[in-house]
Design a protein around this ligand. Structure first.
Ligand SMILES: *Cc1c(COP(=O)(O)O)cnc(C)c1O
Length: 472
């Protein structure tokens, strides 16, 4: 009698857990987790066998060796989900799927040093008594933004929520004035109108999608107004019949009505990004502060170069109030973040025009096509007589991470071809390469590895990965 899939498997054929554990490859997964997976799988098989409705039985292995190989497959799949380094050949500099901003090794070294020892995190070294947490980092960040004060929270989304909770705390005055052009979604599930609502603020929409004037803001102001919020259009752009008031005009209006003007800037560009070929100038925190904003928040990673964090800078009175908010304790940055931002801020202040020793992403943006061509040639020439064809192509890199969507940085890539493999098949194969997986992208039916986002010290690994792809 045939039952679908379960073959002739009997209860007595199910191998004991211990035997499976000693027979299969654990793929580096800790033993208790492997044990859990084995038990869970055997349980599935038993309940499948117990199912009296034979037709409902699923296709489970039909003998003990099939059980072993299936459970090993599951362990291998689990092992594939662990974090590991990849070679980013997509040309997307802040790639959300691939960890957004890579952190500069110097920043990481400071993080490692402070993280692995005791430190002066909350100690005044001159007295040995309690000191202010992150005081130096805050001082540097304030300086970098030309602001009176600054502080750090877990991420920019948290910064915005904290600001809203603090400034919109009074039920009789909790309205946030925001242009209809800025009711945007930033990344997965972060929607400005929803964030406002969950923070207890009331949304007061101003203007239209494409045009918002200072008069629109003016006529929306009332005793219920708590703040004016400007959200930087960081992941999309509008063109054509578009208008927005200047920061100065908004600051004047805010001041007249004694409500704060707050900017969510997102990307954290603290340098003139127009120095990069293909990129326009991105407004900086220092610019909005000098134009009269009361508070500004931006991400500590993205272009800034630190670990994930939200930086808030602005008026002393407002920053102090934020730090006293009960909610601040829940969003407080840990010592690793503080150490990283302290180092990155210091590097930016030392080298304000480039910050290459602060931000790895900024360093990638600054690479020229000449820099990249030499590397492309060195790699391509090693494949001159191979079945895997590697040719040099011009391509373009993007900022990614919801940052500077219009920037198109001229770049150089390797176009990869392999006889008999479609572009999709080849990109899949590159993901399985050793020593490191290679994430390529397809452009006009061509598989391309953009060298801008491949670190020079990965060129050798990339060459090896291509050789491996050819031979496997
Ligand atoms: C990226 C971004 C955020 C979110 O920053 P996280 O650090 O990811 O929380 C918020 N606002 C703007 C405008 C952004 O670009």
């Amino acid at each position: 009698m045939e039952s679908p899939g379960s073959g002739d498997l009997q209860f007595r054929d199910i191998p004991p857990v211990d035997r499976i554990l000693t027979s299969i490859n654990h793929h580096g997964v800790p033993r208790p987790i492997v044990t859990h997976f084995v038990r869970q799988f055997l349980e599935e098989i038993r309940s499948n066998l117990k199912n009296v409705d034979q037709a409902a039985r699923k296709a489970y292995p039909s003998d003990s060796s099939a059980i072993m190989s299936e459970v090993e497959n599951r362990i291998a799949k689990l092992a594939q989900t662990r974090l590991r380094t990849v070679i980013n050949g997509t040309g997307v500099i802040l790639h959300t799927n691939q960890g957004r901003a890579p952190i500069h090794p110097d920043v990481m070294q400071h993080i490692a040093e402070i993280g692995t020892t005791y430190s002066t995190l909350e100690m005044d070294i001159t007295t040995g008594k309690r000191g202010r947490r992150g005081a130096y980092a805050e001082q540097l960040l304030a300086g970098l933004c030309g602001a009176e004060a600054a502080t750090i929270v877990n991420n920019c989304a948290a910064a915005l929520v904290l600001i809203l909770k603090q400034l919109c705390g009074k039920p009789e005055a909790n309205e946030v004035l925001i242009s209809r052009s800025e009711l945007v979604q930033i990344g997965g599930g972060f929607r400005i109108p929803d964030i406002l609502m969950t923070s207890g603020a009331t949304l007061r929409e101003v203007g239209t999608t494409n045009r918002t004037t200072i008069k629109d803001y003016q006529s929306a102001i009332s005793p219920a107004s708590a703040m004016i919020l400007k959200v930087h259009q960081s992941n999309f752009y509008m063109d054509g019949f578009v208008e927005n008031p200047t920061t100065q005009a908004l600051a004047e209006l805010a001041q007249t009505h004694k409500i704060p003007l707050v900017f969510d800037l997102g990307s954290g560009a603290v340098t003139d990004t127009s120095q990069w070929d293909g990129a326009a100038h991105e407004v900086t925190p220092a610019e909005v502060i000098s134009n009269g904003a009361d508070l500004v928040c931006f991400s500590g990673d993205k272009l800034f170069g630190g670990p994930q964090a939200g930086i808030i800078a602005g008026k002393n009175e407002l920053v102090s109030a934020l730090k006293k908010n009960q909610f601040f304790r829940c969003l407080r940055a840990d010592k690793l973040v503080i150490a990283g931002l302290e180092w990155a801020a210091s590097a930016w202040l030392t080298d304000p025009s480039k910050g290459h020793s602060a931000s790895r992403a900024a360093g990638l943006c600054a690479l020229t096509t000449q820099d990249l061509t030499a590397r492309a040639e060195a790699i391509a020439q090693q494949f001159s007589s191979h079945r895997l064809k590697v040719s040099i192509v011009t391509t373009s890199s993007k900022m990614g991470g919801g940052t500077m969507p219009r920037a198109v940085l001229p770049s150089v890539g390797l176009s990869i071809q392999y006889p008999g493999l479609t572009p999709d098949g080849l990109t899949q194969k590159l993901l399985k390469a050793t020593p490191l997986p290679v994430v390529a992208h397809i452009e006009n039916d061509q598989v391309i590895i953009d060298l801008r986002t491949v670190f020079p010290d990965q060129d050798e690994a990339l060459t090896e990965a291509l050789m491996h792809t050819e031979s496997s």
